[in-house]
Design a protein around this ligand. Structure first.
Ligand SMILES: C[S@@+](CC[C@H](N)C(=O)[O-])C[C@H]1O[C@@H](n2cnc3c(N)ncnc32)[C@H](O)[C@@H]1O
Length: 394
């Protein structure tokens, strides 16, 4: 697909939504009363019905995209390749040969950029709300910073690596450059899960994952770490499962864990949140029984992922388990077919998933073996997968 064709489609989709929804000027012109509107399970309702309605519309549109447009595009893509004598399943079918064949196809054009349109408008919807009312939301978080259960450790001196500063999946300011990154992440990922018809309003997905994390063979679970914990949904669910254990969630993004801490306190769950790098966690050797992560590694450069695997081996005690959940750690690898590689390309090129293609080639089990782990390639299942990679410290 040529950049010009995709850009034109994208601009049209985005302009259409903006014409429906108005823009930040409209939102800031009116002063709304921001009374709490209650919660939907564990997710606080958006402060205005107007915002919620827009979000509902975008969720529906995303669902149409994932369930209708993308499968139709996949069928079309494969047909075009077959009509032109290309093997749809072979790793040797080069995307460079495919692009000229599909660039003017309208179905592929729409499917290629519907999500960009949703992200653009959805992020704007949230970002404008939180920034236009910054004092209210910052005051709210400040009120929770120093109370428990569970503590919040922010490190203003942490040197943020460049690779962590991108606006991953086009989130405004990314995880580190927007004081409302946690708020935006919570609502936008909820929209994403709803679009897949996976309800996560009450952290159902994260609770399921926490229950799938295997305990060490000797059953001893005193300390658990969730790496790249974001807003702490998995860390909270792990604490609910291992209620006697000390549970830590670490993340490079201060706004992510600040929001996560506020939420954990409101839920009365004692998780310790700390702003640290997963590849250089500063925890003591042999100090954890379980280390997990969920959708962290596809957002890291390969050399950093390898470092993380080494770091986990250092901080786990012998017999401790490492259970990272992400695309390359499950049954679904997806890098073989031309369509799957095209989807990875799109994520990389249009969704700021900077390392998505690099991660598609990452040999996770090998990195674990090199770090000294005993590797069980078909460990217990995790989300959407028949099995997940599991490593045990020897
Ligand atoms: C896709 S989010 C996943 C968040 C969370 N695990 C969840 O369940 O939604 C990836 C998280 O990893 C964090 N992250 C990325 N690189 C990191 C690093 N080097 N050290 C610590 N956290 C990192 C990001 O700030 C972000 O919160």
């Amino acid at each position: 697909m040529s950049n010009k064709t995709e850009n034109t489609i994208s601009a049209n989709v985005t302009n259409f939504f903006r014409s429906l929804f108005g823009d930040e000027e409209i939102q800031s012109k009116f002063s709304f009363d921001r009374e709490p509107r209650g919660t939907k399970g564990r997710l606080e309702k958006l402060p205005l019905l107007d915002l919620e309605s827009r979000d509902d519309f975008l969720t529906g549109f995303r669902f149409w995209g994932t369930k209708m447009a993308v499968p139709a595009a996949a069928r079309r893509f494969n047909k075009i390749l077959l009509d032109n004598g290309l093997d749809t399943k072979s790793i040797n079918t080069e995307l460079e040969d495919v692009f000229p064949l599909i660039e003017n196809d309208p179905i592929l054009g729409i499917a290629a950029r519907y999500r960009t349109g949703v992200h653009d408008v959805m992020h704007r919807n949230f970002d404008v709300e939180f920034k236009s009312n910054a004092d209210i939301y910052l005051d709210e978080m400040e009120g929770f910073d120093n109370i428990g259960p569970g503590k919040l450790e922010l490190n203003p001196n942490l040197k943020i690596p460049d690779y962590a500063s991108y606006e991953i999946h086009t989130q405004p300011g990314g995880y580190v450059g927007n004081p409302f990154a946690g708020h935006i992440y919570h609502y936008s990922t909820n929209n994403f899960y709803q679009g897949l018809r996976v309800s996560n309003y009450q952290d159902e997905l994260h609770t399921k994952l926490a229950n799938q994390v295997p305990a060490p063979e000797d059953g001893l679970v005193n300390r658990v770490l969730d790496q790249g914990c974001g807003i702490g949904q998995l860390a909270v669910a792990l604490k609910e499962r291992f209620s006697e254990a000390e549970v830590w969630g670490i993340d490079v993004g201060a706004p992510m864990i600040r929001y996560g801490h506020m939420r954990a306190v409101e839920l009365d769950v004692a998780v310790n949140f700390s702003q640290r790098l997963v590849e250089d966690s500063q925890f003591e050797d042999n100090s954890f029984d379980i280390v997990t992560s969920y959708i962290l590694h596809h957002e890291l450069p390969e050399d950093i992922s390898k470092k993380v695997v080494g770091e986990v081996n250092r901080i786990l005690r012998p017999g401790g388990v490492f259970f990272p959940i992400d695309f390359q750690t499950g049954a679904y690898k997806g890098a073989e077919s031309a369509w799957a590689r095209y989807m990875q390309f799109k994520d990389h090129r249009w969704n700021e998933e900077v390392w998505r293609q690099e991660y598609g080639k990452f040999n996770f089990p090998q990195a674990m073996r090199e770090a000294g782990f005993k590797v069980i390639e078909k460990g217990p299942p995790a989300w959407r997968s028949k099995y997940n990679l599991l490593a045990v410290k020897v």
